[in-house]
Ligand binder design. Sequence first.
Ligand SMILES: Cc1cc2nc3c(=O)[nH]c(=O)nc-3n(C[C@H](O)[C@H](O)[C@H](O)COP(=O)(O)OP(=O)(O)OC[C@H]3O[C@@H](n4cnc5c(N)ncnc54)[C@H](O)[C@@H]3O)c2cc1C
Length: 290
Amino acid sequence: MTPRVVRARSLDDALDALDTLARAGGRTQVLAGGTDLMVEFATGRTRPESVLDIRSVVSLRAIERDDGGLRIGALATCTDLLRDPLVRSHADLLGFAAAEVGAVQIKNRATLGGNLGTASPAADLNPVLVALDATVVLRSRAARREVPAAAFLCGYRQTLLRDDELIECVRIPARPARERRAFRKVGTRRAQSISKLVVALAVTIEDGVVTRLRGAAGALAPRTILLTELAGALVGRRAGTGTLRDAVRISARSDIAPIDDLRSTAEYRREVFRRVTLTMLEELALQETP
Ligand SMILES: Cc1cc2nc3c(=O)[nH]c(=O)nc-3n(C[C@H](O)[C@H](O)[C@H](O)COP(=O)(O)OP(=O)(O)OC[C@H]3O[C@@H](n4cnc5c(N)ncnc54)[C@H](O)[C@@H]3O)c2cc1C
């Protein structure tokens, strides 16, 4: 059955349409860049009764300052993220991750909201959102709620999004003073490949001691994960090589749960996670305080 397509011209328009379609029953899917959704239509992985096309809702593409941090509309594309000066100064990691997504054509269409909406464990932008402690703003006609990105991505291709809601924007808090950050994606090729693993780190080191660490990883578990064991093993400790190595070993054992699939083996992923994360931490420990 061909889905019914509804085009929204404004956010109110979109929320009204979602509300009506949710009450009528049947599945509705929001269409943003379509780089995941069109593939899912073609493979039959999804067969919604209705599609809500939000591409004309220009307000959803805005990138603005927000309480010392950033507010990024769900329709911001990867190209927007890697070019925007506010993203560069407040959330550079997001630009680095966006630069690694697909080819130019995909970057021009793929959106931040779509990366969240698909909730692929191998998504590249989502680990950055989790590492930067971002929250996802969800809107329905009746309400607005805000949930941490780490909680929003609740399972394999699963999110907390309700039928009558859409992702309006993402809020990234102000960068903590002296925070150092790093992003690394490992794929089959240097460019245009789906991640075998992806790691994003945000670390504060004061007088050689790790005082704060938020790390997140992709393609190493059924969903994007927060590296809580890594943080537990490092916060309050001196960032010396032995400590970093022990912490990464603990994280590789306890934080991640990689699988064998067509892109990689679990063993490869665990070993490369260990090496890549250790190198990232060693480089961050040597960096000048920003
Ligand atoms: C050739 C190719 C290469 C790719 N390479 C990469 C890569 O390197 N890294 C990577 O991370 N991804 C990659 N992708 C996947 C894809 O481009 C990204 O996941 C992208 O961010 C999806 O955004 P979109 O706007 O196209 O989403 P869409 O396809 O429009 O939507 C995806 C899902 O999110 C939902 N959705 C979208 N926007 C909203 C919203 N505002 N509110 C509620 N739900 C919403 C949709 O209903 C759908 O379920 C690739 C895809 C292709 C086809």
